[in-house]
Design a protein around this ligand. Structure first.
Ligand code: MRU
Length: 389
């Protein structure tokens, strides 16, 4: 099945069924005890799936970034909890609960920065905590995972619609193509479908508004390649640039607005996102270019305030910096050494952009200012426990 068959229609499925490559993950239609995901480590060179049959498989897939992106790892973890409940089905109630809580800890520990992961796992634990049989654990875990999946899809669609109005306004003012800078990948690969930062861009493209997207490579893992691949599939005009080109593009007036995603947003609006986001925010402010952050409720962390102090920044393996993944153009993918052998490396995967550099958040509830009061009102609209909007 070609990835070009990505479903971008308005209809939102009412049940979580197999949909080939229109989304990042789905339950195996032939075996509902297995989760299928796109293996993002192979992209953009190859489109392949991975079958996850246990919670341990899910932890591994998240750690190794076979599944990645804040929304996607949250939803995958929710299904991981379902797989854990299935694995615990034949145990006593007490043993099953111990297995489920241990599994929850492993999932939450698999990647620290994106809050969607612990949000989804906590929601599962809250739903399961007082149940009285392992049958109920399985049924409830499936129901919650299905809800979280649907909310992710619907939320991203709404982010698209709200962000579209910002792009439309720029287009009407300018009367020509709207140039948008993004970073990393916050498209459908980072969620279940559609995405956060790319959702307004897809919506604008669908509405016939001419857009061009500047895609920074986002070293070291180069998730910008995923964004370029997505945009190519969707036929959205885009330009791939080296990370360091952003300042120059902003200075030369080539960018009308910046839209990025987020992995965690604090109660006052500080934003953890892929490393390099902060530099783009600084350059955008210095050049009077609006800097928007697209996020669903699952990315908002009301328990944190000062992002620099309170958000754990994931430090990843140095090999991501010292090596690059290359393809021979004929299907073989390999890692190649990129730096002199003994160079010391540091690999913080995220950085924190202070709220004052954020023009506004694009959320499923509309456009929200980057301050505590507005964000509280936004979060108050949807209880993190059960959001169905
Ligand atoms: O899982 P990663 O490290 O690839 O996730 C990081 C991101 O994809 C980005 O920071 C993105 O902008 C936010 S995810 C919606």
């Amino acid at each position: 099945v070609s990835a070009a068959e990505v479903n971008r229609g308005e209809s939102v499925p009412t049940s979580f069924q197999a949909v080939p490559f229109s989304r990042t993950l789905w339950i195996d239609p032939d075996d509902p005890t297995r989760l299928r995901v796109i293996d993002q480590r192979q992209l953009p060179h190859a489109l392949s799936e991975l079958v996850l049959g246990t919670v341990e498989d899910v932890v591994e897939a998240i750690k190794e970034m076979a599944v990645r992106g804040a929304g996607c790892i949250g939803v995958t973890a929710a299904w991981g909890m379902y797989l854990a409940a299935l694995q615990a089905h034949t145990l006593t109630l007490e043993e099953a609960w111990t297995f489920i809580t241990d599994s929850a800890n492993s999932l939450v520990g698999s990647r620290p920065t994106a809050v969607n992961l612990s949000w989804a796992v906590t929601r599962q634990l809250n739903a399961l905590r007082d149940l009285q049989s392992t049958d109920e654990f399985v049924a409830a875990a499936k129901e919650v995972a299905t809800e979280i999946t649907q909310e992710d899809i619907v939320g991203c669609r709404k982010i698209g619609r709200h962000g579209l109005e910002i792009i439309r306004e720029v287009h009407e003012r300018k009367g020509s193509e709207v140039n948008i800078l993004t970073h990393c990948n916050a498209g459908w690969l980072a969620f279940v479908e559609y995405g956060s930062a790319l959702a307004p861009i897809y919506a604008a493209h669908e509405a016939g508004i001419p857009v061009r997207v500047y895609v920074g490579e986002s070293r070291p893992r180069s998730q910008g390649l995923l964004t370029a691949w997505e945009l190519q599939q969707a036929g959205v005009p885009h330009v791939y640039t080296a990370d360091n080109a952003s300042g120059n593009l902003l200075q030369e007036g080539k960018v009308d607005l910046v839209i990025v995603g987020a992995d965690r947003v604090t109660s006052r609006g500080d934003v953890a996102n892929k490393v390099g986001t902060y530099l783009r925010a600084l350059a955008a402010r210095a050049n009077d270019v609006p800097f928007y952050v697209a996020m669903p409720i699952s990315t908002f962390d009301p328990d944190t305030f000062d992002g620099l102090v309170e958000i754990p920044i994931e430090e990843r393996e140095g090999e991501e910096v010292t090596h690059v993944v290359v393809s021979d153009g004929e299907g073989a993918i390999r890692k190649a050494l990129y730096v002199p052998g003994r160079t010391e490396v540091s690999n913080p995967a995220f950085d924190v952009t202070p709220a004052e550099l954020v023009s506004a958040f694009i959320t499923e509830r509309g456009i929200v200012s980057a301050n505590e009061l507005s964000l509280k009102a936004f979060a108050g609209h949807i209880s993190p426990e059960r959001s169905s909007e």
